[in-house]
Ligand binder design. Structure first.
Ligand SMILES: [Zn+2]
Length: 166
């Protein structure tokens, strides 16, 4: 006669302390954190400007060099987020989308915040500008900055927890 198996379980936690590297993209995050600058890369052969930056041009496979990018751009496509992971849940609802910064050939995916978040406020073609967290809050992560509609820039840049770029 077989005895019914009884599984004994104990609740425990695993804490993992680790680092990860941004590798060849490090300059982008360092300049963002320290100087509120957005850096992309420019292909040394075909001249295509990449944002997010790429070490090598994905069109012609030639090394690209760092270039400073404008803080203003145009929304290519966007949506409103109603559900997010732990880090973003406090911001829900918020916008996000692909933004083509002025002078750049590719689009960057980033958060778009608005005082009046309705689809028309963040639709394709809308002009946006970057707003940054305060220096002691910036960690060298994509969440160090976000975009706002250009007509709301002064409102966001003057909030106590944020600041504008140059
Ligand atoms: Zn190229």
């Amino acid at each position: 006669m077989s005895e019914k198996f009884e599984d004994h379980q104990i609740r425990d936690k695993i804490q993992i302390d680790y680092k990860y590297t941004m590798g060849g993209q490090s300059k982008f995050f360092i300049e963002l954190m320290k100087n509120k600058k957005l850096h992309g890369t420019k292909c040394t052969k075909c001249g295509k400007i990449w944002m997010p930056p790429r070490k090598n041009c994905s069109e012609c496979y030639t090394p690209a060099e760092w270039v400073e990018i404008s803080h203003t751009g145009t929304i290519e496509v966007s949506t409103i987020v109603w559900y997010g992971a732990a880090e973003f849940i406090k911001n829900v609802p918020y916008g996000c989308g692909f933004i083509k910064l002025d002078g750049v050939d590719t689009a960057l995916f980033q958060g778009i915040f608005s005082e009046n978040l309705v689809p028309s406020k963040i639709k394709k073609g809308r002009r946006v500008r970057a707003v940054f967290k305060k220096p002691d809050e910036r960690e060298g992560k994509m969440t160090d900055f976000f975009f706002v509609p250009e007509d709301e820039y002064e409102i966001w840049a003057n909030k106590p927890e944020f600041e504008g770029g140059e």
